[in-house]
Design a binder for this molecule. Sequence first.
Ligand code: 4AD
Ligand code: MG
Length: 466
Amino acid sequence: MGNIQRNKVKDVLSGAVAVGSEVLLKGWVRTKRGNKHVAFIALNDGSIIHNIQIVADLQQFSDEQLKAVTTGACISAKGKLVDSPAQGQPVEVQLSSIEILGEADAETYPLQKKGHSLEFLREIAHLRPRTNTFGAIFRLRHAMAFAIHQFFNDRGFVYLHTPIITGSDAEGAGAMFKVTTLDLHNIPKKPDGSVDHEQDFFGKATNLTVSGQLEGELGAMALGEVYTFGPTFRAENSNTTRHLAEFWMIEPEVAFNELQENMDLAEDFLKYLIQYALEHCAPDLEFLCQQYDKELLSRLNFVVNNAFQRLPYTEAVEILKASKQKFEYKVEWGTDLQSEHERYLVEKHFEKPVILTDYPKDIKAFYMKQNADGKTVRAMDVLFPGIGEIIGGSQREEGYDKLLARVKEMGIPEEEIWWYLETRKFGTAPHSGFGLGFERLMLFVTGMSNIRDVIPFPRFPKSADF
Ligand code: 4AD
Ligand code: MG
């Protein structure tokens, strides 16, 4: 094949490679069609949503040589880049030599036809990245991850790596995955019958983390502005289109920020990310817009260009109680809002993203700063159209006595979080932060409707394949 370097389809289509030059392409065959004289091979290499057309002259290539060029096969093709007479593509390649790197049996390759359902594609998550849809989603996911680091780096935040195995339960949610090396068939017990975790790997009970926040706060109390971006795990049995058992979360934590600045940061952050997608991922967004959600681009632009509505939980409850909408769950002050309520506020009432603040303390985590009313805390949830809650955060309680009282009230074992409490003893400061669910962001940016379609290999109840 000669020793020229592989060209990416993206570069070849974008004009970065001069017409007339020899190119070497490697990728997966999407389709092969043709007539008596020529065969047209549509090749995709993942670098861009579009395929490149490779034209094989059948006087030069026999049926035998092209027999293995079937949908799904991996090939290496060399040829001359020429202007394409066909519509919708600037250039094509005149095949001069071809090598089959990997055949794909036409009888059994599952992605033969176009238009497979998303449900079916979930069952073949090992192959679905080869579809236009999932190629677009995973390129967008990469772009968003990159933009997240860019955003914080530009603002002087430090990326703090918080632990994945933890002995504490940050959210008090109680739905954690246990981490143990104990023999499940022969669990060591203490005299009182409880599990003897002293014999376990860490000498204590440990779990997979539900959030990096508590450790993030430790970092903020030294480095000023930090963020985490890592996997988090929740064992709650929520079989919904918006929950995963393993998801990624971005958690900035900022010393000296109060709730107002926390909201500003969250709004700037989301707008930056969406703007980034619009600027850098146009071909993928256009494809998703066309295929799945005609409103996608206008919705993304709308969010970038409009201020979010900010209001206290208490006012939101009044709006919901006064509305004529029939909700499945009743709204009362003091109850957690369901996603139907959140979406009503965003999609029907305000028709824009909403930030709700000052929730009742009893439905929020122990670490949130208590308001003077004794009933509410300085919480903030950012609610998005089609999604509901995309961000949850708060100003943190920085007073040692108040925090300790809340820890005791909520029955949180002090010995698990002594180190967290100590930040309030030694040089405490007002500070705030929030958590953005990465896959919730991806739902919004891609316009997909099931969270299992925006992460390569989703984990949810009864499912951990691949
Ligand atoms: O509201 P949550 O539980 O907040 C925290 O964990 C805080 N420690 C964050 C902080 O203040 N640093 O979760 C934050 C976000 C939610 O708004 C949602 O977007 C996402 O994480 N999230 C999930 N995403 C997918 N699957 C799940 N099971 C999720 N649970 C929460
Ligand atoms: Mg929340």
